[in-house]
Design a protein around this ligand. Sequence first.
Ligand code: FES
Length: 219
Amino acid sequence: MSASASDGAVVAVHQPDSFAFSAEYAAAAEQIEGRYPPEKRASAVIPLLHLAQRQHANWLPKAAMDYVADRLGMARIRVYEVATFYTMFNKEPVGKHLIQVCTTTPCWLRGSDEVLGACKRRLGIGPGETTPDGQFTVVEVECAGACVNAPVVAIGDDYYEDLDGPAMVALLDQLARGESPTPGSQTGRRGSCPATGPTTLTNQPLPSAAADLATGADD
Ligand code: FES
């Protein structure tokens, strides 16, 4: 394995010899490719790389990049450029649970250091490292786009928000027990409304307005 899971340009030393989509993933790829005119097939490169990563235990070996390049009729170097530019593509193996801790300014101001520290205490690993049992990888990421509910951690496909140290440890405990913690705000906040509850539109709508809302009518 290479030096750092968080370095977007790093590739794994140990690579599989080959890669191909399974029947299920090939069907999904064909559907994506069908969205583009034949001469613009290269536009499907990012979604196809995502598919390849998902099929291959959440990391993207060179063979998968080559496969996607050949499939789309692209020069392989152009696919390497895309895959190594975006940090969402993992160029080396990661743990079963990829813990992406946002440490950009809004999350940092709201306690991302504490969240990262909780990961280190609970798992014994720092950013860019994987637990010896292969269950967890922790990485630092730039803004996850959910600053309003900072600090935020992405785990797999889900966001966990309004975190602090104890809440992060509780999440990791649940994952370690094989449970699926509930995504979203960990303080019970609804969406991104103020932490103390809504401050506008607090009245109950009139019955007729409520009926319109329920049916989607706009007049
Ligand atoms: S800074 Fe963390 S989600 Fe934007």
